[in-house]
Design a protein. Structure first.
Length: 333
């Protein structure tokens, strides 16, 4: 099986978040064969019921390759043409997994040791697998995390802040609105205040961005709404503490502000001789911290087609990533 065939085989296993069991077993079988062939070890590490991280290591790990095995919905199987492999997870991140596996195989064949592969569950939702892995480090000094960066070494990645705004009102007949209190109008006023908040800017990562992702509420068109809520997603360029405080101050009691998820922005390691970029998405790196070593972020594919029905990965970038990963290990060691 070559690297393209492995990519397609992985894409064809549906592994939407919380349904990673089959993917975990397939990866475990793949790395177990490599462990047996090159004197290493492989382990399935339980995270939750029917959800396992996969770890393989050779010697005392100094460099660990890691990425996630879960995908966003909906699933659609692989296909290919002369230039690309298509399908859910092609670039986010099954082509990356294949590149990492082939890079480690080549390194082992050339006599390198002290390497590890770590594939985790849950990155697309709450980094459950990375958080579990952070509690059981293996002494690795460097972490090469894979996400689609078009094979450019990321100088940093933005964080994520998910907030819930909940407004309460009082039901009444819509013919007599003075007898009620509209939660929807409260929520709209609160959202307008949030949109006026000046969000932080970082000289490397750029500006924080706000997305009002969902709005819901009310019971019927002829009933004054007694409840309403919205979900906000802010791409952070710092820890997020100042942004949470600013949002709460702006809302000023018009709605309750709940902090559902906070992942801080991170600045990352660089190496000479690599093209660089800055990414606006969030990764497992904050959840892993430096428990698995100093983090680097790089991988084939473009984030612009991840999470879309056009998801694909250039074959040339898969092959290039294998060589890039090998070169990184040689520099780091």
């Amino acid at each position: 099986m070559n690297v393209f065939e492995l990519t397609r085989a992985l894409v064809d296993i549906e592994s939407i978040t919380e349904n990673e069991e089959q993917m975990g077993h397939a990866l475990f079988a793949q790395v177990s064969n490599m462990a047996a062939q090159y004197g290493g070890h492989a382990q399935l590490i339980p995270v939750e019921s029917r959800r396992n991280n996969v770890l393989a290591w050779w010697g005392e790990p100094r460099v660990t390759f890691s990425t996630h095995m879960d995908t966003v919905p909906p699933f659609f199987p692989s296909s290919e043409d002369d230039q690309h492999i298509w399908g859910r997870g092609a670039c986010d991140t099954k082509g990356i997994i294949a590149s990492m596996i082939f890079a480690v195989r080549d390194l082992l064949q050339s006599g390198h040791t002290n390497l590890a592969l770590l594939f985790v569950v849950g990155e697309e939702r709450n980094s459950a697998g990375a958080l579990a892995a952070a509690r059981s480090p293996r002494g690795s000094k460097f972490l090469i995390n894979g996400e689609p960066t078009e094979n450019k070494l990321a100088l940093g990645s933005k964080g994520a802040l998910r907030l819930e705004l909940l407004a309460q009102g009082r039901m009444a007949h819509s013919a007599y609105p003075e007898l009620g209190e509209s939660a929807i109008e409260k929520l709209l006023d609160a959202l307008q205040c949030v949109r006026r908040v000046a969000l932080p800017v970082n000289e490397i990562l750029g500006a924080s961005t706000l997305n009002i992702g969902t709005i819901s509420g009310g019971r019927a068109p002829n009933v004054i709404a007694d409840h309403a809520q919205a979900e906000l997603f802010i791409r952070l360029v710092d820890s997020g503490a100042a942004t949470v405080a600013a949002v709460k101050q702006a809302v000023n009691g018009k709605a309750e502000v709940r902090e559902a998820l906070t992942i801080p922005a991170v600045l990352l390691g660089t190496l000479p001789g690599f093209d660089t970029t800055v990414v606006s998405f969030t990764t497992d790196i904050p959840a892993l911290g430096e428990s698995w070593g100093k983090p680097y972020l790089i991988g084939p594919g473009s984030i612009h087609v991840a999470h879309t029905i056009e998801e694909r990965i250039p074959k040339a970038q898969i092959l290039e990533a294998v060589q890039i990963y090998k070169r990184m290990v040689q520099q780091l060691l």
